[in-house]
Every structure is written in C-alpha cells, then in structure tokens.
Design a protein around this ligand. Sequence first.
Ligand code: G3I
Length: 318
Amino acid sequence: DGSLRAAARGTDVRVGTAVDMAALAADAPYKAAVAREFDTVTPENVMKWEVVEPQPGVYDWTAADQLVAFAQKNRQLVRGHTLVWHNQNPSWLTEANYTPDQLRALLRKHILDEVGHFKGKVWAWDVANEVFNEDGTLRDTIWLRALGPDYIADAFRWAHQADPKALLFLNDYNNEGVNAKSDAYYALVKQLRSQGVPVHGYGIQGHLAVQYGFPDTVLANVQRFDKLGLKTAFTEVDVRMLLPADTAKVQAQAEGFNRLLRACLLVKHCVSYTVWGFTDKYSWVPGVFSGEGSATLTDENLQPKPAYHALRETFLLA
Ligand code: G3I
C-alpha cells in the first residue's frame, strides 16, 4: 500500500483532506482516492451554517451526514468545519433582522444543535474560524459587533457542552509563522485557559503561495503552542502558484507542503495534517486568485506531483 495514509501510520499525525461532496457523489476515482489516501476528512462546505440551516429553524444535514457515513465506512475521523465564521452564513442571518440578544441566542442554538447533531461522530471542531486580522486585532464581524469579544469564549463553552469529548480548535490562515496574528492567538489561548474555557487546539490552515515564499518560523510557532499543552493541527494546506506551472514551481511547492509537515512531526501534540483538497480538478484556488492554481498534491487527472511524493517520504522517514 503506497498511500499517504499507509505512510503516516507509523507516526502520531493523521493525514486528511477537505472533501467536496459534489465530487464525492459524481466522481468514482476521486471517491476511491479519498478513501485510500486519508485518515481524516473535513467537509469543504457542507457543515457551514448557510448549508445546514438554509431557513431559520430549518435544518438540512443531508450532505454532512453523508460525509460522516462515508468516513465511518472507511474508518476515518471527521474534522468539523466550522461553527463561528464571518463567511458562508445564511442570508437570513443579518444585523438588520435581529437584535444583539437574538443573535446571541441564534449563535448558541446553532452551536448546540450542530455539535449535538454530530455528537460522538466529529473528532475535532474548528469552533472559531479566522477571528483575527493580520495586525492581531479582532476581525470586525457580525459577532464582534453584536456580542463583543466574549463570543469566542462562549462559542467554545457551548460546543463543549454539546459534545464534551470533541476536540475544540481555533483556526486561521497567515498564522503559520510567528507574527502579529499568531501572537494574538497565543495571547488569546492563554487568556481563555486562565478563564477555564475549553479550548484544545490551534489550527493552522496553511494556504501558502510559491511566489511569496514560505514563513521560516513555522516550527518555532508550533512549538510555543505545543509548550502551552495545546494540540496543533495543519488544517487546510495548499500551495498555489502563478500559472503556468513549471518544474521550479512544483519543486518549490513540494518544499512548502513539506515544511509544514515537518513542523507537525517535530512537536509532541500536532495531531493532524490536512490538505484543502488533493486534486487540482476541484481546488478553490483558481476561482478566487485569478491567474493562480495548481495548488494541490495531484493534477486534474489525480496524477501525483513532487509534493505528494515529498509528503509520503517525510512520513515514511519519521
Ligand atoms: O453551492 C453553490 C452552488 O449552488 C452555486 O450554484 C454556486 C455559484 O457560485 O455556488 C456554490 O457555492 C460555492 C461553494 O463554495 C460550494 O462550491 C460558493 O459560491 C463559494 O463561495 C464557496 O467557496 C468556498 C469558500 O470557502 C467560501 O468562503 C470554497 O469552496 C472553500 O474551499 C473555501 O474554504 C475556506 C475555508 O472554509 C476556510 N479557510 C479558507 C478556505 C478557502 O477560502
């Protein structure tokens, strides 16, 4: 078995991918690869609030339940993504429609209901997603404006109440190295812990780009969270590039993927390394960054790139 999953078996790090549910339903080779290559799965979109509660009080767990069933069948763990965010919220959820007290009640109900629905079936939740700006100030969102900064602690408490065994993560991008944003997370974690808030993990998305180079303080950053006794995880790794791809770029890409995995393997409590999709066929990147792409481990035909082989080798040597 030459899979990533088999290569990771000798380590304490689980290897995962985001899953596109439309692709899982329609594309048999894609589906086979998800089952074969990975220990964990993260729904790319179908556990987000706009999907699970399209109308107030009307839930639709269909796609998310399908992913959980798929994972159970393939002996995979599920990373739940995501409970509190400023994106992909339902269109009915606005400050014009509700008072702050009502918004607080809606957020509480959303978290209790969603985490409760998946109780015992989700290994780890990205509870709070992307709450800081790059300069380390809290992001101006519907939640900060209506509820103030305590919404983060509340979200973790509610999630813990609904499933005391689930691991609860903070999660963000541009927080790989030591910088103002990761400093803000470090301070937040210490503050939450001093208040007894059940926060268990620090999630590093890991959306890198070849043309910007890679942060060189990744290991130091992961180490400082590790020393707090916190679990860490790389949650959404991809390494995009300016198109067209060429040999130099795909080699550099392999280095980017590998740098994050090495940092994960070098600390005690890094529990998983997840890629944000494993094939260029379904990557979110070209739709968002024009002129960029080729961000994943395999091409449009699911053929492995150097980055795939690099991760396998790194797991095997660990
Ligand atoms: O499902 C609808 C479809 O019905 C409609 O016809 C179509 C038309 O635009 O849109 C479809 O929804 C799209 C959805 O992906 C599912 O494909 C949304 O427009 C599109 O905005 C959405 O993009 C997702 C993005 O989050 C939105 O913020 C990406 O797939 C997803 O990869 C991306 O993931 C985020 C993580 O959650 C958080 N970290 C960053 C990461 C990358 O942006």
